[in-house]
Write a protein of this length. Structure first.
Length: 92
C-alpha cells in the first residue's frame, strides 16, 4: 500500500488527540462537579469540605482552560455532537 500511509506525526492528528483527551477530562470534571453539588445540597459535607471541593473544582476549571489554550483547543471544541442524542457535554 505505497502512497496510502497516514502521517501520525501531523499537527492536526496531535491536536485531535489532545482534544479527545481533554473532552474525556472535561466530561469527568463536570460529572465530579455535579456529584459535589448533590452532596452539598444533601448536607453530607462539612463547611470545610464544601470549601475544599469548591477550591478544587475552581482550580481544575482554570487548569482545563490553560490546557485548552496551550494546545489551541477551544472549550466549545470539546463538546462532541452525538447526533440524535444531542451534545456530549451539557451547555452552561
Amino acid at each position: 500500500m505505497t502512497g496510502s500511509r497516514v502521517d501520525v506525526r501531523s499537527e492536526e492528528m496531535g491536536r485531535d488527540l489532545v482534544a479527545l483527551v481533554l473532552t474525556v477530562v472535561e466530561l469527568l470534571r463536570q460529572l465530579m462537579e455535579r456529584q459535589a453539588i448533590r452532596r452539598v445540597e444533601q448536607g453530607d459535607l462539612s463547611a470545610e469540605q464544601v470549601e475544599e471541593i469548591g477550591t478544587t473544582l475552581m482550580l481544575l476549571d482554570e487548569r482545563m482552560a490553560e490546557l485548552c489554550a496551550q494546545h489551541g483547543v477551544r472549550p466549545e471544541d470539546l463538546n462532541l455532537d452525538l447526533g440524535p442524542l444531542g451534545s456530549l457535554l451539557p451547555r452552561h
